[in-house]
Design a protein around this ligand. Structure first.
Ligand code: ADP
Length: 665
């Protein structure tokens, strides 16, 4: 076996590969860009080589530097992960030329699948069914249109060089054809530098079912079950599962054998995925073959009990496949949910931010978290904003799905907007539970999936207030030397074990809420929104154990730069305290208050430049993660100038305005 390998990737997949290599006793070399100096994959690897600047084209996509890093460190093989150089035939060739093993298929196999139209031709010749359509070299728009008309609308235009859903347009009728073709070509040219198109019959209710295949260099080939990846947004996978629900053994075997036929047609070696569209009548069509390890490979690992990275390493080293077809069994059911820093309510717009609080659910034989980030890491604009892959397994689909929902609701992330609620809504929606899957799932069930979880402030405000008091109590105990100006010590006299009234203003769901808490020994009576609630409990670290009116609950309190998040079983409650107007503030506070507390959008300017304001006057409002933050005057003074306009995106820490305290003016 190899003694040392280099991983030409970053993030979760680099960490994933390192784990298997380590288990197999293989030393690992990571590569990193300026942005990843402190990244998890760099810290996990035995060695790491800096290969350039943050943008991928100046580091992770530079084949020469990656190969040089392997030479420098004496790595015998390169695992490309997915994305970046993984499907670059020239890179695979350059590796061989440098006498380094490329852990992947031969360059010719990568090339054969590089163009969607060439791939369809090869598959037709190997009698693998392909979606009916036109994929000829003649790109005359009249010919593409005639083919579309002959098939009948709707049709799907695809860029032959396409990937990631780019350069793809659905055409419903002849009237839309011209415009759709022009825009698909434009997008394709911009993304891939090539605007060759093919057209296919658009299947209206297909499932995306893909087969994991493996081939070795001794002529053996097997398939390791299939994955259903029908749940997609903008043609990109969101939740994947294995096996595909409702597939008969016969159909599974047919698809598996067809996938092997596809792989053998291109002399494949290593791990590959043959993607099919499965139509309602159980006919299936080859769509494309991904010549690398897929993002969603863990669901296959969970149901087959195999480590696919280990298989890749063995095959690349020239060994025989670890198992024969007859020995590969499917056990139970697995799901993978892709957790992203993105805003599902803004068309899945990628987000950035510092992961100020990050607490994944605990790993077990039922639950796996593949990630490349830790608390405090930044999701930067340079790379894919995936935070983690959450993978669950159980005996049945139903039990696995319960685990998925529970794990999603206990996955705690602060510091950026995420798709966690969206995934939870999706995983618990009745049609998903009933496995009514097709590629239009998300559009069809939009109202079931896109909603904020209902919040009951009557329940959450008392819990939030209680958690905050317990937090302060813990802070006061640990901070022997209490900062007189800290908000935790400035609000009121805190007397341990004595009846005492605390008055707080909590900002939650765009509103200020007055809360009164009376402490009677270990019990607290909270008055909020005209309702009295009795609470007791403890905050241990960040875990809140609380009993509220006889109901014991557990939550997690995350304290971040922009306030607090109380995570409860039913969802998260974001809040912050509106500081009481003590009339005394010093200069350091004055500076601190005038910078953006987080990445966000400026939504309102509340005073005119030049305005004289009192201490604590509201000056502007920012919004991040659906939560508003009011920036207030630290002392009395004059607002000279705002640096941003309403609607501007502001980086956390940026100075928001020029302000002159009254005494200086
Ligand atoms: P890309 O390589 O850009 O990801 P694919 O060819 O893999 O594009 O297709 C991505 C997704 O688009 C599929 O999973 C499926 O949901 C949808 N799709 C592709 N071809 C068709 C088709 N002929 N009919 C209906 N949907 C399709």
């Amino acid at each position: 076996m190899f003694n040392k390998i280099l991983i030409a990737n970053r993030g979760e997949i680099a960490c994933r590969v390192i784990k298997t290599a380590r288990r197999m006793g293989i030393a690992t070399v990571a590569v990193y860009s300026d942005a990843d100096r402190e990244a998890l994959h760099v810290r996990l690897a035995d060695e790491a080589i800096h290969i350039g600047a943050a943008p991928a084209r100046e580091s992770y996509l530079l084949a020469d530097r990656v190969i040089q890093a392997a030479k420098t460190t004496g790595a015998q093989a390169i695992h490309p992960g997915y994305g970046f150089l993984s499907e670059n035939a020239n890179f695979a060739r350059d590796c061989s030329a440098a006498d380094i093993c490329f852990i992947g298929p031969p360059p010719t196999a990568i090339e054969a699948m590089g163009s969607k139209s060439a791939a369809k031709e090869i598959m037709e010749a190997a009698s693998v069914p392909v979606v009916p359509g036109y994929h000829g070299a003649d790109q005359d728009p009249a010919i593409i249109r005639a083919a579309s008309e002959e098939m009948g609308y709707p049709v799907l235009l695809k860029a032959t060089a396409g990937g990631g859903g780019k350069g793809m347009r659905q055409v419903g009728s002849g009237d839309e054809f011209e415009e759709a073709l022009a825009s698909a070509k434009r997008e394709s040219l911009a993304s891939f530098g090539d605007d060759t198109m093919l057209v296919e019959k658009y299947l209206t209710k297909p499932r995306h079912v893909e087969v994991q295949v493996f081939c070795d260099s001794l002529g053996n080939a097997v398939y390791l079950a299939e994955r259903d990846c029908s749940v997609q947004r903008r043609h990109q996978k969101v939740i994947e599962e294995a096996p595909a629900p409702g597939l008969s053994t016969r159909l599974r075997e047919q698809m598996g054998e067809t996938a092997i036929k596809a792989a053998l047609a291109i002399d494949y070696r290593g791990a590959g995925t043959v993607e099919f569209l499965l139509d309602e009548d159980s006919s299936f069509y080859f769509m494309e073959m991904n010549t690398r390890l897929q993002v969603e490979h863990p669901v296959t690992e969970m149901v087959t009990g195999q480590d696919l990275v280990e298989w890749q390493l063995r095959v690349a080293y020239g060994e025989e496949l670890p198992l024969e077809q007859a020995d590969i069994c499917i056990n139970g059911h697995a799901f993978e949910a892709r957790i992203y820093a993105e805003d599902p309510n803004s068309d899945f717009l990628p987000a950035t931010g510092t992961l100020s609080f990050l607490q994944p659910p605990e790993e077990s034989t039922h639950l796996r978290v593949d990630t490349g980030v830790c608390q405090g890491d930044e999701v930067s604009m340079y790379y894919d904003p995936m935070i983690a892959k959450l993978i669950v397994w159980d005996d049945s689909r139903e039990s696995a799905l319960h685990r998925l929902a529970l794990a999603l609701s206990t996955y705690r992330i602060s510091g950026t907007v995420t798709n966690l609620d969206f995934l939870y809504n999706l995983a618990t929606s009745a049609p998903f539970v009933a496995a009514q899957l097709d590629t239009g799932f998300i559009e069809k069930h939009h109202s079931l999936i896109f909603h904020d979880r209902p919040q009951d402030l009557n329940e959450e405000l008392p819990l939030a207030a209680f958690a905050l008091l317990r937090y302060r109590h813990a802070q006061n105990k640990t901070d022997a030397d209490i900062d007189r100006w800290s908000p935790w010590s400035s609000s009121s006299a805190w007397r341990l074990n004595e009846p005492h009234m605390h008055r707080l203003t909590l900002h939650c769901q765009q509103q200020d809420h007055a809360v009164e808490i009376e402490q009677q020994g270990e019990r607290f009576i909270v008055s909020a929104g005209g309702r009295l609630t009795h609470l007791s409990g403890e905050l241990e670290g960040d875990t809140l154990h609380v009993e509220m009116d006889g109901h014991r609950q557990r939550g997690v309190l995350a304290c971040t730069d922009d306030g607090f998040t109380l995570y409860l079983a039913r969802g998260a409650c974001h809040f912050h305290e509106v500081p009481p107007d003590t009339g005394e503030t010093d200069q350091s506070d004055a500076q601190a208050g005038l910078t953006a507390p987080m990445n966000g959008t400026l939504v309102a300017l509340l005073v005119e430049p030049g305005a004289e304001v009192d201490a604590n006057a509201a000056l502007l409002v920012m919004e991040a993660m659906k939560m508003e933050h009011t920036i207030r005057a630290p002392v009395a003074g004059r607002v000279e100038h705002f640096h941003y306009q309403v609607g501007d995106l502001v980086d956390g820490g940026a100075e928001l305005l020029d302000f002159t305290p009254a005494e200086e003016a």
